[in-house]
Every structure is written in structure tokens, then in C-alpha cells.
Ligand binder design. Structure first.
Ligand code: NCD
Length: 328
């Protein structure tokens, strides 16, 4: 089953085949993702796309890789952040979306601090395709896909694998998307970190919760460290102390040395060196962190191409011009 949805809002609810289709597409863009200046031959599916990257929270990897993906696919695009938008004059997100829609924009890559903001836009902007590029503590599906891509390229298949995700899981949209994607593809996850930063046991599919990192790491196929997302802590939530955190939950050089060489080490970035992962581990060359970044370009090219094809197919079915304002 190919991915034929109008939006990519999350990995929760996607079928394994749909995820597999996006990963297959991303695989086909692997070389393109690592080749400066690569350009796709124009395809009718992507030629009809006009994208805006609406990035309303800090972002390096996600924003830049969407831009690079759009450039390599020859998609008309622009990127804007809050400081340059009328949102700061009190305009609502939906009105900003409608304004861009009236200019013919039909793809919205949306990063927003509120859970559900991209989904809201998908309801309010008929004819537009929305990609969630991170909504608060909600989901970050293209990040989840890029992690799956890295693992699948290493292992061939994810069935039966066990992945430890350590850190501030509760506030992590990366972890949520990853866990859903991994569960769909037959892998299990062990969520580890301070108890108050973990979801309820059994709350996330295919996952269990562990408090001791060293126990959790025994026999793991991969481990992903997460940043403590201080910006998402609410008044009552205690921030862990750096040194104590590193001691119990950090991917220190010592822990990394104890891991078998085939255990993969991931981190979505940005890193807080020497807190959740030692700088030495990152610089030591045995992590997947830079491969993850390259996979990000491939996955975003895959997503845009899939949306373009879905749009192309729907316009063939309805006879309407693809993505035109008239479709609203
Ligand atoms: C993550 C995010 O923004 O959710 N970063 C990313 O997209 N690579 C993780 C984080 O901010 O810690």
C-alpha cells in the first residue's frame, strides 16, 4: 500500500506499508540527499507544488533539510519564522495560512509550539497539504521516519529489534513518532530516564519503561539519547540537575565503550554535550548522528514527492487543476 494521504501529521495510525513506502522512496533519494547541488528531473507531481516552511520554533536540521529537499526537487518554496510574520501583530495561524493559500501555496511545512496546530491547519485550509514538522510535545513524523530509515538501512528490517530511548521522553515529539513507527514495523522500545519524564507504562505502543539505563542497555540493538527539553517544562516539573543526570542517564564515554560495537547510537539533535551524551561519544565517530541528518533530507524529499503524487492522483480523479485555489 503506498502512502496516499493528503497530509503527514503523525506516524500514529499509519500502516506499516505506508511507512514502508515512504522509507523506500527515501532510500531512492539517498544519493541525492548527500550530493550538493543535486537536482531532480522535473516531474508533474512536484512541479505543481508551492511550499512554505512555517517554522514557528527554533530549528536547524528540520528547517534546513526541508529547504534543501525542496531545492533539490525543484519545488517553489520559501521559509518564514514568527519574527517575519503578521502572527506577531496578532494574526491567527489560520489567517496566516489562508493568506499564503491565496497566493497559491499548497504545501505547508509547519513547526509550532502547540500540539495539534498542523492538524488544525489541515482542517481549515482546503486543498492544502500539511506536514507536521514538530507540534509541541505532539509528533515529529519526518524525524521518526528518518530514524526508521537509518535503522532499516543498517538492519534490513526492524522486526524483533529492541531500541532504548533515554531521556526526557515525556516532552519528546521525536520519541512519540519514533515509538509509533517502530511499533508499526515490529520493533519494541524501552523508555528510560527520570520517572517523572516518562509516559505512563503501557501508554505508548510496543514500549515498556525502565529506570536503570545500564540494565536497559543490556541486549539493546540501538539506543537513542534525547535532550532535556527545558523549554517544555511546566511550573510544577522539576528539571534534573546536569551532573546527576549525566551520571544516571547520560550516554557517557564509559557507557559507550561498554556497548557492543554493533549497538547503534542515535540522537536527533540538537545535543547538549556532556549532559545526555558525551561530546567525546559524538566526536568518536561511532554514532549515527550525521547519518540521521542525511536521512532527514532523503525522508523530506520522499514526503514531498509522495504528497505531490497524491495531489496529482486526486486531480486526475476530480478533474480539478491540481492544488489550485479553485479546489477549496
Ligand atoms: C528535535 C525537536 O525539535 O523536536 N529536534 C529535531 O527536530 N531534530 C529534538 C529536540 O529539540 O530536542
Amino acid at each position: 500500500m503506498s502512502f496516499r494521504r493528503p497530509h503527514l501529521l503523525g506516524l500514529a495510525g499509519l500502516e506499516a506499508e505506508e511507512i514502508g513506502d515512504l522509507l523506500d522512496r527515501a532510500d531512492s533519494f539517498w544519493e541525492a540527499a548527500g550530493t550538493p547541488g543535486w537536482r531532480a528531473t522535473k516531474s508533474p507531481a512536484t512541479a505543481r507544488l508551492s511550499a512554505v516552511n512555517l517554522i514557528l520554533e527554533p530549528s536547524t536540521r528540520t528547517r534546513c533539510s526541508f529547504e534543501i529537499a525542496e531545492q533539490r526537487l525543484g519545488i517553489e518554496h520559501l521559509s518564514v519564522g514568527d519574527e517575519r510574520l503578521s502572527l506577531i501583530k496578532g494574526e491567527t495561524l489560520v489567517d496566516t495560512g489562508r493568506t499564503l493559500r491565496a497566493m497559491g501555496v499548497n504545501v505547508f511545512i509547519v513547526r509550532h509550539p502547540e500540539v495539534g496546530a498542523p492538524a488544525r491547519l489541515s482542517e481549515e485550509l482546503p486543498g492544502a497539504h500539511i506536514v507536521n514538522a514538530g507540534d509541541g510535545t505532539g509528533e515529529h513524523p519526518t524525524q521518526g521516519l528518518l530514524d526508521l530509515l537509518v535503522l532499516r538501512r543498517r538492519w534490513g528490517s526492524l522486526g524483533g529489534r529492541r531500541i532504548v530511548i533515554v531521556g526526557d521522553v515525556l516532552h519528546s515529539r521525536v520519541a512519540r513518532s519514533c515509538v509509533h513507527g517502530l511499533a508499526a514495523l515490529g520493533a519494541t522500545t524501552v523508555l528510560c530516564g527520570p520517572r517523572h519524564l516518562q509516559p505512563e507504562a503501557g501508554g505508548w505502543p510496543g514500549s515498556s519503561v525502565a529506570e536503570d539505563l545500564d540494565d536497559a542497555l543490556a541486549g539493546a540493538d540501538a539506543v537513542m539519547a534525547l535532550r532535556i527539553q527545558r523549554e517544555r517544562f511546566t511550573a510544577g516539573e522539576a528539571l534534573p540537575e546536569r551532573a546527576a543526570y549525566r551520571e544516571r542517564f547520560g550516554l557517557t564515554m564509559e557507557r559507550a565503550r561498554r556497548l557492543p560495537s554493533e549497538t547503534l547510537i542515535l540522537h536527533p539533535g540538537p545535543f547538549n554535550r556532556d549532559v545526555e551524551i558525551d561530546g567525546e561519544v559524538i566526536d568518536g565517530g561511532r554514532t549515527e548522528v550525521w547519518t540521521q541528518v542525511r536521512a532527514g533530507v532523503a525522508v523530506r524529499m520522499a514526503t514531498l514527492t509522495a504528497l505531490g503524487e497524491a495531489l496529482e492522483a486526486s486531480s486526475v480523479e476530480t478533474g480539478a487543476p491540481a492544488g489550485a485555489w479553485a479546489r477549496a
